[in-house]
Design a protein around this ligand. Structure first.
Ligand SMILES: [Zn+2]
Length: 304
């Protein structure tokens, strides 16, 4: 599933491919992709004659800006965009085609059919579902440590599912959550409101560093992720926790362990990312000394 770096790569690629192109007509062969309006004829009629002006992103959603309309598109599991000449054969699983006046076509292909498209008037898209509940944008200047702390607030949810639900910070999926938590030395089952100030700071920095590095590398590729120009992502060999079960932690050499947290496969270094008490077998094996220290630091925390 594409996460922020992959969607950002698609955004940048589409910006070079479709800006300035005018839509002649739109064909929809799988209406369920359309969420607003749901009627393919209405959807197509609204877009005819309009020109793509820029391609933006909010979290894992693309915002395709046209003159007078905004198309919000989520690729979900395997959605892809590609630009073709109109006489090139159409591949199977191509569900929406934007036919341009210059003889090219933007084709949306989606084998799993989970992708979505919404049309809004400009500005309205940020006030309504699916974009209105989204959290902080981690690569924006407005993402400060203070704003991150405020967003975490008093939430007692486990940190991994909290980061996955997009309400605190957007763009992280299963891969980059594992990467960021590993880089920050925080166990995915820690309660968000029990992270120390230092840990919040490490996590904040790790989220930015992990996503920035992946964006720079053009998005990672776990399955056959391909960007709008057919280029494979290049980051998959740089992952330090995700998918490295049994391989040595780059920090300490301890084998990475895989477990399930919030229903998702999760990769941790049991030494660098200490489990909270009672969360796993590792947690119950902690020495009395570690427990005593944990109690002491909790008491210290209460005193502050
Ligand atoms: Zn380690």
């Amino acid at each position: 599933m594409p996460e922020l770096p992959e969607v950002e790569t698609v955004r940048r690629t589409l910006n070079t491919l479709i800006v300035g192109k005018q839509i002649d007509r739109v064909t929809v062969s799988l209406p369920r992709i359309l969420q607003k309006p749901v009627d393919p004829e209405q959807f197509a009629a609204a877009l005819e004659g309009r020109t793509f002006q820029s391609v933006e992103r909010r979290g894992k959603f693309l915002r395709l800006i046209l003159d007078g309309l905004v198309l919000v598109s989520h690729l979900r599991m395997e959605g892809r965009y590609g630009l073709y000449e109109q006489d090139e054969p159409t591949e199977t699983h191509t569900h929406v085609v934007f036919h341009f006046s210059d003889g090219t076509e933007l084709r949306y292909k989606d084998v799993r059919q989970f992708g979505t498209m919404h049309l809004f008037l400009p500005g309205e898209e940020l006030k309504a579902a699916p974009l209105n509940k989204l959290g902080l944008e981690p690569l924006d200047e407005g993402f400060t440590l203070d704003s991150f702390r405020r967003a975490l607030g008093k939430r007692s949810t486990k940190i991994k599912p909290l980061l996955l639900n997009q309400e605190v910070v957007v763009g992280l999926g299963n891969i980059y959550v594992d990467e960021a938590l590993h880089a920050a030395g925080i166990h995915p089952e820690r309660a968000a409101n029990e992270l120390s100030g230092k840990e919040q700071g490490r996590l904040y920095a790790a989220i930015i560093a992990t996503l920035s590095a992946a964006v720079e590398a053009g998005g990672s590729s776990i399955k056959s992720y391909v960007n709008g120009q057919g280029e494979m992502g290049l980051f998959q060999h740089s992952l330090q926790a995700y998918g490295r079960t049994g391989e040595p932690c780059v920090g300490c050499g301890t084998p990475i362990e895989k477990s399930v947290v919030g229903g998702r496969g999760t990769h941790v270094c049991p030494k660098c990312q200490r489990a909270p008490r009672g969360a796993s077998a590792e947690g119950s094996k902690r020495t009395n000394k570690t427990r005593a220290n944990a109690v002491k630091s909790r008491l210290d925390g209460l005193g502050q």
